[in-house]
Design a protein. Structure first.
Length: 215
């Protein structure tokens, strides 16, 4: 969210509830209380987000979302904006430093690789597209390209960081090992070329995955 903040007006309309003089506010139906709480929370979140406002918040005004869903969305934006940006290695205590691969034999390296994969998953970091890489190649990628990288550390339960361990420019690898038949057909139709022969990945792994009930 690199755009400069813009001033916006956030209007919350409170609809009065007609009641007899003898009825106290504590006797209002719980659904009304809940709706008022949601409205107050929405106003508070929008106020706190004002320094960070951009199109991601403006688009809410044109979407059909419940107040609960909208508040959850706004909370996620606010937490992301306030989250510290740290090297992934510093997400851990103590800091996650790996020994150089040249100092490890294959068995030791593989054990340390899987331990590191589980540690990353404990911080909701999921590695995707790893099956074309040997253990040593994946270990080197972790050490060189993932652990030193600065990322926002957001602690919300549903927030997973998915790291694609496939070079964006390596279309042949994607087509060979990961693309579905529909994706291969679409690529051929768009490029006028033939996709490379489909093969089974040389290093299949059962990687820890984001729970299916997280959306």
């Amino acid at each position: 969210m690199s755009q400069p903040p813009r001033e916006t007006d956030c209007d919350v309309e409170f609809i009065p509830c007609l009641q007899s003089p003898s009825r106290s506010m504590s006797n209002l139906p719980s659904s009304s209380d809940h709706q008022v709480d949601l409205l107050l929370k929405n106003a508070q979140l929008r106020d706190e987000l004002e320094p960070f406002l951009d199109e991601s918040v403006d688009v809410l005004n044109g979407r059909n979302m419940s107040l609960e869903d909208e508040n959850d969305f706004l909370e996620s934006i606010l937490e992301w904006e306030r989250a510290p940006s740290l090297p992934i290695a510093q997400w851990f205590e103590p800091e996650l430093n790996l020994p150089t691969p040249d100092s490890l034999d294959d068995t030791t390296l593989s054990k340390l690789l899987w331990k590191t994969i589980q540690l990353l998953y404990s911080q909701k970091i999921s590695l995707d597209f790893t099956d074309h890489l040997s253990d040593r190649q994946l270990y080197c990628l972790l050490m060189r390209d993932i652990l030193p990288v600065y990322q926002k550390k957001v602690s919300r339960p549903r927030n997973f960081l998915h790291w694609h361990c496939l070079d964006d420019n390596d279309v042949d690898c994607w087509l060979t090992y990961y693309a579905t038949e529909e994706e291969r057909d679409e690529w051929e139709a768009q490029t006028g070329l033939f996709a490379p022969e489909r093969k089974h990945p040389p290093y299949p792994r059962q990687m820890p995955r984001r729970p299916g009930n997280f959306s």
